[in-house]
Design a protein around this ligand. Sequence first.
Ligand SMILES: *[C@@H]1O[C@H](CO)[C@@H](O)[C@H](O)[C@H]1NC(C)=O
Ligand SMILES: *[C@@H]1O[C@H](CO)[C@@H](O)[C@H](O)[C@H]1NC(C)=O
Ligand SMILES: *[C@@H]1O[C@H](CO)[C@@H](O)[C@H](O)[C@H]1NC(C)=O
Ligand SMILES: *[C@@H]1O[C@H](CO)[C@@H](O)[C@H](O)[C@H]1NC(C)=O
Length: 411
Amino acid sequence: MRCYHQAFLLCMVFTFFSLVYVFNQLASTLEDGAEWNLNEQGTPDRRAHDTGHLLRKQPGLVGLRDRDRKSSGSEVQDHGDGRSHLAVVACGPRLEETLVMLKSAVLFSLKPLHFYIFAEDDLHDHFRNALDSWPRTVQSKFNFSIHPITFPKENANEWKKLFKPCASQRLFLPLILKEVDSLLYVDTDILFLRPVEDIWALLSQFNSSHLAAMAPEHEEPRIGWYNRFARHPYYGKTGINSGVMLMNMTRLREKSFKNDMTTVALKWEEILMPLLQKYKLNITWGDQDLLNIIFHHNTESLYVIPCQWNYRPDHCIYGSNCQQAHQEGVFILHGNRGVYHNDKQPAFRAVYDAIREYTFGENMETSLLQPLEASLQTTSNTYCGRASHLFTEKLKRSVASAQRDATTPRR
Ligand SMILES: *[C@@H]1O[C@H](CO)[C@@H](O)[C@H](O)[C@H]1NC(C)=O
Ligand SMILES: *[C@@H]1O[C@H](CO)[C@@H](O)[C@H](O)[C@H]1NC(C)=O
Ligand SMILES: *[C@@H]1O[C@H](CO)[C@@H](O)[C@H](O)[C@H]1NC(C)=O
Ligand SMILES: *[C@@H]1O[C@H](CO)[C@@H](O)[C@H](O)[C@H]1NC(C)=O
């Protein structure tokens, strides 16, 4: 009998240790799992912080950090805060041009802004230092975050090569800035001549199927590029220009896009690479061509805005062909083809130089507008120079109200 007892006890002890062992193993695999999960989500987060995510050096930053962290969770940020969210991608020699663009944004906007600056790593400090050197009163109008250029790993090189370095980054903004609801993307060579909140307000004019707003590539089909040369589908009669692109990214991320590659509609993150593969030998203007193809098949999703929101040399180079600008003036100037830096279109360059040379705090009428009007008069030997009263028409009013705002004591 005792023999049985001992055997039984031994069995119990053995079972006990086996159970302890099993539990131990289980617990450690669970821990591993938790760690692995954390890493998956933690890495991009940490990177965002390292690269200056919401780096506004002001007193009370610690408290603000906490608030930031809460709002940068998976929840999409609510934009009922009256802020306009502006994104730009700057590579190579585009630092100064980008800063002049951002300067035009803060000069005329009366509402707060958030800048998302995507740039090559060696430009990050330059951006941060430049923006931090702006006067405090100016800095109080905006926040900014600086981000590295990133592409989906599998095809990083292919994306980088497309068009100019970094230009296709914009296609990935809805996937990178997952917590941002809506965004105004602009090229580095655009200048705001009226407040950013005015174009931002167009988001509220979207009907339920609109998810992006862009202006046509051309007004005049006889000189249009897409309708004469494109070897791929494009939007509408003359295509669209993507230099100014207002997006509801929540909708972009949700939408399934019709396309000519699969019978099923594809999500934004699924459509880009097959599209590039199919059309890479036929596209000329890189990511803008891909956007044209996408909206060709999904016309109901695009809200077409008038040319004065994206006024380029093409609108005046052979005579003025942007009708809406004749009624209300130019709202956003887009100096593509390098016209801010060469002598081909002195009227465009004059606007760029006037904004670049203006010193914050000086009177905008006498130190920005008047010198600009004087230098525009010397450009009347060019077609665009002759149309240049359109450049200052809206600008005059923007300057007047910004000047009024600056002299109104704050509550
Ligand atoms: C900048 O961010 C801080 C913290 O989130 C916020 O309190 C402040 O209002 C923001 N400023 C602007 C101009 O958006
Ligand atoms: C590319 O262009 C060629 C020549 O115009 C055309 O035959 C071909 O169908 C185009 N490819 C695609 C995918 O549209
Ligand atoms: C963007 O679209 C979503 C989904 O339709 C909507 O909830 C949100 O309010 C829109 N954002 C803006 C700024 O209109
Ligand atoms: C929204 O407007 C576009 C034209 O811009 C149109 O094609 C589409 O049918 C409209 N959607 C709805 C739901 O009315």
